[in-house]
Design a protein around this ligand. Structure first.
Ligand code: 1GP
Length: 247
């Protein structure tokens, strides 16, 4: 089964490694991606909330280096249509469903669709839901106006998830934001899991194997690590996390 169908059909638990092209030179991004692949991650996500601030050539070169270094899929995790490059194979084609700004619900998708067709990029359908768990707003929270979902708003999160599934999205990403003080709570993941059958991705503020095991037990199908890959040179923590996802 190909990657997208295996993800949509929830055939196994996935680990995704997020690399921000802003944080290192392309060759170093390729080296890190290879290490993540060796440790068993299932895909490399490329993106960041401020990716639009760096030259497009650097995004292109980073994707090129990663694709040369690994066999697993490289997926753009876009913050807007501006980060789409011609050398991509996959993109999380996302709609920020609790945005108050149409630009992030349908506007960027409208622009992105043209480029996806032009470059024959494979879209992965995804509803993106930002959960506000931190006292200090995360970067993504500072950049968009949200219909806020706080960490104890279990029912509100579940309602958004049900609407997303009914609207035809094939996955949902419960996002606490990069470097969040706390990840999305286990109880919220369980509540969402009870209500929907589509794949659930959880990311933001996941720092150790214990927390990740709890997210998987609560019903997550995939977890994302970003900050840890930036901070931990040898990626020992990441290795333990990936083991926890797979066992
Ligand atoms: C951010 O969910 C991802 O979009 C990853 O978050 O950087 O906290 O791992 P971290």
């Amino acid at each position: 089964m190909n990657f997208i169908n295996s993800f949509y059909n929830r055939t196994k638990k996935f680990h995704f490694s997020l690399i921000d092209p802003e944080d290192q030179m392309p060759k170093e991004a390729g080296r890190k991606a290879k290490l993540c692949e060796n440790y068993g991650t299932d895909a490399i996500m490329v993106g960041g909330s401020t990716i639009h601030k760096i030259p497009k050539q650097k995004i292109y070169d980073t994707i090129d280096e990663i694709k040369k270094s690994v066999k697993i899929p490289t997926i753009l995790f876009p913050n807007s249509a501006d980060s789409i490059t011609g050398n991509l194979e996959y993109i999380f084609f996302m709609s920020l469903v609790n945005s108050k700004d149409d630009r992030f619900i349908t506007g960027e998708q409208e622009k992105g669709k043209i480029l996806i067709e032009k470059y024959k990029i494979k879209p992965i359908s995804m509803a993106y839901l930002i959960v506000s768990t931190s006292k200090e707003p995360t970067t993504v929270e500072r950049m968009v106006t949200l219909d806020k979902i706080f960490e104890n708003d279990m029912e509100k999160a579940a309602e958004y998830a049900v609407r997303a599934e009914k609207a035809g999205f094939k996955s949902i990403y419960l996002e606490a934001g990069s470097g969040a003080e706390k990840p999305v709570p286990d109880e919220m993941i369980s509540r969402v899991r009870e209500k929907i059958d589509i794949a659930i991705v959880v990311g933001g503020g996941l720092r150790d194997a214990k927390a990740v095991k709890a997210k998987i037990a609560a019903g997550a199908d995939a977890v994302v690590n970003g900050t840890l890959i930036e901070e931990d040179k040898n990626l020992n923590k990441l290795r333990a996390i990936i083991r926890a996802v797979k066992n």
